[in-house]
Design a protein around this ligand. Structure first.
Ligand SMILES: [Zn+2]
Length: 173
């Protein structure tokens, strides 16, 4: 049930607040396709204001950040894009929510693998207890709440702030 609550909110934020009508379809396709988003450079705009335009949207705003989108398989090539600051910030949040389950899976898998290796724990219960007692579950939960809070703080201008609290009050991690 907790998982469904979180996933519904991820979906809702992704489709309403953390998206843009100005985004071009190729940008969204590239973001949806690649699970990894990395900032790989900055672009200096010269004094004449000459530079690249943001490749994410129709606004013709100057691009200032280079990002590289990549996948974990060997079959798809990375995509390099030049973005304006606002499209970069919002795009990264959209990307995080679009790939939320995959990102969470990767993080948890890494933790579980390391407990298995280092502590030779083998049962699911022992591994989960370890992650819980060492605060890893708390940390992951906190990151999810922070991502929701960031969206609400930045993009929800209609004042639905109270909605974030009902997740914070849940003790069921
Ligand atoms: Zn843009």
């Amino acid at each position: 049930m907790s998982k469904q609550v979180v996933l519904r909110r991820v979906q809702g934020y992704k489709d309403s607040m953390v998206t843009s009508d100005a985004w071009l379809p190729p940008f969204k396709e590239a973001v949806d396709k690649h699970v990894n988003w990395k900032q790989t450079g900055f672009i200096h705009i010269d004094s004449n204001g000459f530079g690249l335009a943001c490749e994410a949207c129709r606004s013709n705003k100057p691009a200032s950040i280079q990002i590289t989108l990549s996948s974990n398989d060997r079959f798809s090539d990375p995509t390099v894009l030049y973005l304006g600051t606002e499209c970069c910030r919002k795009g990264e949040m959209y990307h995080h929510f679009y790939h939320f389950q995959q990102h969470m899976y990767q993080k948890v898998k890494k933790l579980v693998d390391s407990v298995r290796r280092k502590r030779k724990e083998s049962t699911t219960e022992a591994i989960f207890e370890h992650l819980l007692s060492k605060g890893y579950v708390y940390k992951l939960t906190k990151n999810v709440k922070k991502a929701f809070n960031d969206v609400v703080m930045i993009y929800n201008l209609q004042g639905q702030r109270a909605r974030v609290d009902d997740l914070s009050s849940s003790e069921d991690e």
